[in-house]
Design a binder for this molecule. Structure first.
Ligand SMILES: C[S@@+](CC[C@H](N)C(=O)[O-])C[C@H]1O[C@@H](n2cnc3c(N)ncnc32)[C@H](O)[C@@H]1O
Length: 272
């Protein structure tokens, strides 16, 4: 593993995470009571526009019960559980962070979805998974942590079946001069943002062509304006995952978008 990947893993090394999540969930449901995807949505969708973005991406990608999904950089598994619960498909989640994978496994059991959504620790650049074994690969707010974008997209290309879809949801550089700390990086040393056009070039060079390409920046700004206008939701939220300064860090992301330093992109691509 490269030094940079090790530092990215440290950023997401949320020690004691599953115990913190258990404690915060106890405020909304006893341990023996099943949880729903909706109850967890402010905790486990670690990207701009939360579960709404995952819903739209799933629709754009045409997910169905027979789709074999791989969620690369799955975080604590919110998108994977949403897809498994909504469509009845199978989802494999992989992530660098051991505490995130522990929490994903725990939350999935609490939702009664362990037969459909499973999780393992892995590096997006070298996944120990069979070639052409997935119909859809999700990459939501992950690539900005990946220095070697060509290797990331080449690995996704290897894992996708010939008719498969790569689903991306990315922050992209606009004017740049990004304000840190941000949710994915405390400073620029572990942040590898590309512009929208460089993202498209990297994807095309890896053998993908765009079936759907959408600038989500305005929608993201509207979402930030609405969530920042009210206090953080009571009960489980992303602060449980990333620590007490998370509201300030989210505020920096909103500022980066408001000041046109960053944009938001979603896309569905197919192998050429
Ligand atoms: C901002 S979170 C997004 C999590 C999830 N995709 C979601 O939208 O809820 C970024 C995630 O990417 C993971 N990640 C970053 N670099 C990775 C790599 N090289 N391999 C696997 N996961 C990685 C991090 O551990 C983290 O969980």
């Amino acid at each position: 593993m490269s030094d940079t990947t090790t530092r990215v893993r440290e950023h997401y090394n949320a020690t004691g995470l599953t115990d913190r999540i258990k404690a915060t969930l106890a405020t909304i449901a006893p341990e023996d009571q099943p949880l729903t995807v909706t109850q967890l949505a402010s905790l486990d969708q670690f990207h701009t526009r939360g579960i709404l973005a995952t819903t739209e991406l799933a629709e754009a990608a045409g997910i169905s019960s027979s789709t074999r999904v791989l969620d690369v950089g799955c975080g604590i598994g919110g998108p994977a559980r949403y897809l498994a619960a909504t469509f009845g498909c199978t989802v494999t989640g992989v992530d660098l962070s051991v505490p995130f994978i522990d929490a994903a496994t725990y939350l999935t059991a609490r939702c009664g979805l362990s037969d459909r959504a499973t999780f393992r620790v892995g590096n997006a650049l070298h996944l120990q998974l069979e070639s052409a074994s997935f119909d859809a690969i999700f990459l939501q707010h992950v690539s900005m942590n990946i220095e070697d974008r060509a290797a990331l997209y080449a690995e996704a290309h290897r894992l996708l079946a010939p008719e498969g879809r790569l689903v991306i949801h990315d922050l992209v550089l606009r004017k740049g001069d990004v304000v840190y700390p941000a949710p994915w990086a405390r400073d620029a040393s572990t942040s590898f943002l590309l512009s929208e056009s460089d993202t498209r070039t990297a994807l095309e060079q890896a053998g993908f062509s765009a079936a759907h390409w959408q600038d989500d920046t305005r929608a993201a700004l509207g979402w930030f304006n609405s969530i920042l206008a009210s206090p953080p939701p009571a009960g489980p939220n992303l602060g449980t995952v990333m620590g007490p300064d998370f509201p300030a860090i989210i505020g920096n992301l909103a500022r980066n978008i408001r000041e046109d330093r960053l944009g938001v992109l979603s896309a569905v691509l197919t192998p050429k």
